[in-house]
Design a protein around this ligand. Structure first.
Ligand SMILES: [Ca+2]
Ligand SMILES: [Ca+2]
Length: 311
């Protein structure tokens, strides 16, 4: 009888072990199934993103091949609303990076670009920031390690920090690098961010896509009323040449305004080579966003300069 009891317990024990093992196996199977579908979904989302990137590049190429002027009424500048795709959506938009002030324009061929410097100082003043910041940034970018101004320090300043470092002495690689430059604290960087970019080459401002703040920084003569009027006129009819824009600001070129004319001509353009693409895609459980900087050559060919993926 006792033996029978032991046998029953043994059987129950075996059954329990089988049940636990089976449950564990099912759980593991479910887990690996979830992992697999997560991976499949991530892969599909990336495929959607890559598709959107190709589509954006194609649109920019076609645009360059059909015209040499860039403005916000063109197809590339239109926001695409979330587009349903298999088991998800894709959305994205392209912005003209030349609508912002390229901080790397401050130094060209290791020389301070006076026109760009004037623009940046006006932009800083407009945002109630210290115009001296423009010199700290020039020192950070130019090749030497001595300051361009008396009574300030360049490398010696950075080497004197709690965690010492040196100035880059080259163009900003990424806009986030700005936070390392003397005087550019978090609040300052955040204030400037909507108006500035860091492109690999010095560039001009595209007046057909520049914001009101950037237009005002182009010249001392442009006040808020004129800038607002310029934007209203631009919405009706974009500028086909730089001269058309300068004439709208200063009037026809004459002996009195020729200095201002040439100063503005150094800063502005009506076509763009640098763009930013933002794409968001979802497939099943996976969601990815991409921010990518693009360069478009004169022949329309688009190359990717940088890519950042975020969940
Ligand atoms: Ca165009
Ligand atoms: Ca330097």
């Amino acid at each position: 009888m006792r033996q029978k009891g032991v046998a029953v317990i043994m059987v129950l024990l075996v059954l329990a072990i089988v049940a636990i093992t089976t449950a564990a196996l099912i759980k593991r199977h479910q887990f690996s199934q979830a992992m697999t579908s997560q991976l499949v979904h991530l892969g599909q989302t990336k495929a959607h993103i890559q598709g959107a990137q190709l589509w954006a590049a194609q649109m920019l190429t076609t645009d360059r091949q059909s015209n040499k002027v860039d403005h916000l009424g063109e197809s590339w500048a239109q926001l695409t609303l979330p587009m349903p795709v298999e088991q998800g959506f894709v959305s994205g938009y392209i912005t003209d990076l030349q609508g912002q002030f390229n901080l790397n324009s401050l130094v060209a061929d290791n020389q301070v670009n006076e026109a760009a410097m004037g623009l940046f100082k006006r932009l800083l003043e407009q945002q109630k920031l210290n115009p001296q910041l423009s010199w700290y940034l020039v020192d950070w970018i130019d090749r030497n390690v001595e300051t361009e101004q008396q009574n300030t320090l360049e490398d010696a300043f950075y080497l004197g920090q709690a965690v010492p470092y040196r100035s880059a002495n080259q163009a900003l690689v990424n806009i986030s690098e700005l936070g390392l430059v003397r005087g550019f604290d978090q609040a300052t960087v955040a204030m400037l961010m909507p108006f500035v970019s860091a492109l690999p080459q010095p560039t001009k401002i595209n007046v057909n896509s520049a914001s009101i703040d950037v237009l005002m920084a182009l010249s001392n003569t442009i006040d808020i009323n004129q800038a607002e009027q310029l934007i209203i006129n631009r919405n009706d009819r974009y500028w086909r040449t730089s001269s058309a824009f300068i004439e709208a600001v200063l009037g026809p070129k004459d002996s009195e305004n020729q200095h201002q004319w040439s100063a503005l001509a150094e800063l502005v353009t009506v076509d763009s080579h640098y763009f930013k693409l933002n794409v968001a895609a979802q497939f099943g459980v996976a969601k990815i966003q991409l921010e990518s900087n693009l360069h478009r050559g004169n022949n329309g060919q688009v190359t990717v300069l940088s890519k950042i993926y975020t969940p």
